[in-house]
Design a protein around this ligand. Structure first.
Ligand SMILES: Cc1cc2nc3c(=O)[nH]c(=O)nc-3n(C[C@H](O)[C@H](O)[C@H](O)COP(=O)(O)O)c2cc1C
Length: 373
């Protein structure tokens, strides 16, 4: 099969992947789809290393890079110290987090470990537009990186212009039709219409409803369907809804290539499609993730109101590092979409792509047979 968006990048499969893991990105591109690397958690120096690695391993195939453009970015957040940050993080919130960790017997960090966690957060998280643009300057040095994806908000006009002048396509991820229109009016080349069943930041409209609405609204701009897509029947459904390809995130988490540690993979494989929650507890904006004692506590009436982005992630950063380091099972959580209920055991990226295409082909046969009758 061919769709215009496949021709745009010379792809063999209409499958786009989001991952924070370079191995997944390179392997999806090698398998004929297009991997896209998430950069919200890497320094610009590390990004250079990651992209050089993908260049070496993707066998000349194209890949994308996802950058967040958080709205209302306060520039002074770039230079905070653990002490100056406290003025933005209310004591009630800090006490709530500490009490929750204590209740689950999560050991404290030493002063050095705590300072290092803060330093790591400050250098890795994309908090401002300026930081996003620094990451883009790295991306521009890698010609196999053929697409910039804006995971949150419309990139500034000069970013879109510069990316276009260097031959890159710019793609915007949206959860509401009005955002899709804003992005295409700004000159975005591809829209990812992501339904509420998806992992990560999501809106409130399901994929089934959102995709055709956005396809009609932004035509002829190509649309990728996202949210709840991990198998061939869902790929067929995405294309039937008018999308030119699909954009998947959760399905890669259960692969041997993924960044997910074994204790979290066990949780993902045990989860059903009901075991995710859309909560502001990690970033301040609604993100879908695996339910755990952490998300449940933040939803309880005793919890303080979550802070706006980026303060919520600043507030909880060290707590997350402690939970992960000490493997506090009850509190462990990770972004995951409802399709997590389909992940049962470890597989490989290549197997996921193969299975999707095989089931897609069976689905087409089944539908054709039904029509012939
Ligand atoms: C672990 C994880 C982290 C994610 N983080 C981001 C992110 O930083 N930026 C972004 O644009 N999308 C992010 N997403 C969302 C994906 O881009 C994608 O839209 C979503 O996973 C698609 O729905 P699905 O999870 O049902 O496949 C993340 C997804 C996962 C699984």
């Amino acid at each position: 099969m061919r769709t215009p968006v496949m021709d745009m990048f010379g792809l063999d499969a209409p499958i786009f992947a989001f991952s924070h893991c370079r191995d997944v990105v390179a392997e999806v591109s090698r398998a004929g789809g297009m991997g896209t690397l998430g950069t919200s958690h890497v320094t610009t120096e590390q990004l250079e290393i990651e992209l050089s690695w993908i260049d070496r391993h993707a066998e000349g195939k194209p890949y994308g890079v996802d950058v967040l453009f958080p709205s209302a970015p306060p520039q002074e957040f770039e230079n905070l110290t653990p002490e100056t940050a406290k003025q933005y993080l209310p004591r009630e919130h800090r006490d709530f987090v500490e009490a929750l960790l204590k209740q689950h017997n999560v050991p404290e960090f030493s002063r050095e470990e705590s300072d290092e966690a803060f330093r790591h957060y400050m250098s890795n998280m994309t908090k401002t537009h300026r930081e996003a643009e620094r990451r883009l300057e790295v991306v521009y040095r890698h010609p196999q990186a053929r697409m910039i994806v804006s995971g949150l908000g419309t990139p500034p006009a000069h970013v879109i212009e510069r990316s276009h002048s260097l031959g890159l396509k710019v793609c915007g991820l949206i959860g509401h039709p009005k955002h899709a229109k804003r992005q295409t009016d700004a000159g975005i080349d591809i829209i990812v219409a992501q339904g509420w069943e998806a992992a990560g930041h999501t809106g409130e409209i399901s994929t089934m409803v959102l995709v055709p609405e956005v396809v009609d609204l932004v035509a002829p701009v190509p649309v990728l369907a996202a949210g709840g897509i991990g198998r061939g029947r869902q790929l067929a459904a995405g294309l039937a809804l008018g999308a030119q390809g699909v954009w998947c995130g959760t399905v890669w988490l259960g692969t041997v290539e993924s960044e997910v540690p074994p204790e979290l993979k066990r949780k993902l494989f045990a989860a059903t499609s009901s075991d995710t929650v859309r909560s502001r507890c990690n970033t301040g904006k609604p993100t879908r993730r695996i339910v755990s004692a952490w998300s449940i506590a933040w939803e309880s009436p005793a919890a303080p109101k979550t802070l706006p982005m980026p303060l919520q992630s600043m507030l909880i950063n060290e707590a997350m590092e402690r939970i992960n380091k000490f493997k506090a099972d009850a509190l462990l959580t990770y972004p995951a979409g409802q399709i997590v209920g389909d992940l049962r055991e470890e597989t490989t990226v290549r197997q996921v792509v193969y299975d999707m295409l095989a089931e897609f082909s069976d689905t087409l046969d089944r539908l054709n047979d039904a029509v012939d009758r």
